[in-house]
Design a protein around this ligand. Structure first.
Ligand SMILES: Cc1cc2nc3c(=O)[nH]c(=O)nc-3n(C[C@H](O)[C@H](O)[C@H](O)COP(=O)(O)OP(=O)(O)OC[C@H]3O[C@@H](n4cnc5c(N)ncnc54)[C@H](O)[C@@H]3O)c2cc1C
Length: 400
């Protein structure tokens, strides 16, 4: 589909990627796969990753220096939408969170040694990583309040803390841990990001947290972890001391574009399933669901809502490409809650249209309904983004 944002690169790449996903990944959407653990399907996905490398489609979000295609954020966003039409798309193309964000972070802010040891194998897909910020004892919506500390001792940092929702920690080679290094500094300058190899003594993997009835494992999991006197060299610091939140903000700008385009991909696929079902499901002789006005409302409303979100998100991505994340702060907050809610509404309408079938794991809708509810919470809860957007809108009024 040509849009205002289509470029030569997306025109060339999207049809190839779409065909790959429809041929290789849609057939994997079986009840046992969607209900089962990620590790059960991982060997199959790893073979497909090799195929992606052979097709020269590896690491589409990576910069050229790391073997990527040098896509802009807006170009990758359009590809991210296609990858999201399957729950395995981003993983097979090595563009999955949290690795994609960690790759970018290390590339821009880690020293040569860390990049050689960790970034190199991460960008080749040989290892995985996680990002460990949120804590059960503190409100994640205000992460300047944090219990985890990293105290200097000789040439090392000694880290102590309790984190949860460290997504994909199960089987990861390292975590990027947010810890307080400068307790006396201003709240936004207290914490730093430190790379912790997960085989370091003192690291405790507590559990994968059950989410909506599913515990998950490997990449598709969310762990509770503890750091007991975990000792790492001070050279494992990423960026400068006290820059933890600054780096987190930098990471979250592009990260939210990736998430939002993923939400649009899921909404688009749910919409497609809804339309296909509506024209085929007869409710009486010669009359289908698609002939009913309430279902037509679902379809018309979903179409414009998806299209509106896509325009907003790609326009925000273009602003980030041209002016950086800081300049697009208001837009980033707006797209995050608007697109997540749009996706959940479209999945819900698609389930409703499918009736009982929509509740089963025979089709993918119930999987997305359960797993994507979190989209209104992670990377900033809806309410927090609304507060932030409203504050920015009201600022000139207050100053007038
Ligand atoms: C599936 C999933 C994956 C995640 N992955 C990661 C990860 O990889 N790494 C990581 O570090 N964290 C991760 N998180 C954690 C996530 O970032 C936090 O859940 C989020 O920041 C919210 O923090 P909290 O859960 O402590 O909620 P709280 O901060 O306690 O907030 C609870 C609720 O209060 C409301 N609220 C909060 N602040 C305000 C306000 N100012 N005004 C009005 N209402 C407000 C919101 O409705 C919010 O949902 C993940 C979470 C989920 C669900």
């Amino acid at each position: 589909m040509e849009t205002l944002f289509t470029t030569d690169k997306t025109r060339k790449l999207i049809p190839i990627i779409k065909a790959f996903i429809e041929t290789n990944l849609y057939p994997l959407e079986k009840p046992e796969t969607l209900n089962g653990n990620f590790s059960a399907i991982e060997p199959t996905l790893k073979k497909l990753r090799e195929k992606v490398k052979e097709m020269d489609l590896w690491g589409l979000a990576l910069p050229e220096s790391l073997g990527g295609k040098g896509l802009t954020l807006c170009e990758f966003g359009q590809i991210s939408e296609i990858l999201a039409s399957s729950p395995f798309g981003h993983f097979v193309f090595n563009s999955q969170a949290p690795d994609i964000g960690n790759t970018e972070l290390l590339h821009k802010h880690a020293n040569k040694e860390l990049n050689k040891t960790y970034l190199d194998p991460l960008s080749k897909g040989e290892i995985r990583s996680c990002f460990s910020m949120t804590e059960p004892a503190y409100a994640g919506s205000n992460p300047t309040r944090m219990g985890t500390t990293a105290v200097k001792d000789g040439d090392d940092y000694v880290i102590n803390g309790h984190k949860w929702f460290t997504s994909s920690a199960d089987g990861a080679a390292f975590a990027i841990v947010m810890a307080v290094t400068n307790p006396d500094a201003a709240p936004h300058k207290r914490a730093s990001q430190i790379l912790v190899p997960l085989d370091t003594p003192g690291y405790e993997f507590v559990r994968n947290i059950p989410i909506m009835g599913h515990t998950g494992d490997s990449w598709a999991s969310h762990a509770e972890v503890k750091y007991h006197n975990v000792r790492v060299p001070q050279s494992n610091l990423i960026g400068n001391e006290g820059e933890g939140f600054l780096l987190a903000q930098e990471r979250l700008g592009p990260g939210r574009i990736h998430h939002c385009m993923r939400f649009i991909g899921i909404a688009e696929r749910s919409f497609d399933l809804m339309c296909r079902y509506a024209v085929n499901r007869e409710i009486k002789d010669g009359v289908t669901l698609a002939d009913q006005q309430s279902i037509q409302n679902f379809i018309a409303e979903s179409r414009v809502e998806i299209d509106a979100c896509r325009l907003m998100v790609l326009s925000t991505a273009t602003k980030i490409d041209k002016e950086g994340s800081k300049a697009a702060r208001a837009e980033i907050s707006g797209i995050k809650f608007f697109t997540a809610n749009m996706m959940l509404r479209v999945i819900d309408r698609a389930i409703q249209t499918h009736g009982a079938l929509g509740m089963t794991n025979d089709i993918i809708l119930s999987y997305w309904y359960a797993h994507e509810r979190a989209s209104r919470i992670y990377d900033g809860a809806d309410e927090v983004h609304k507060v932030s957007l409203a504050k920015q809108i009201l600022k000139p009024y207050r100053n007038a």
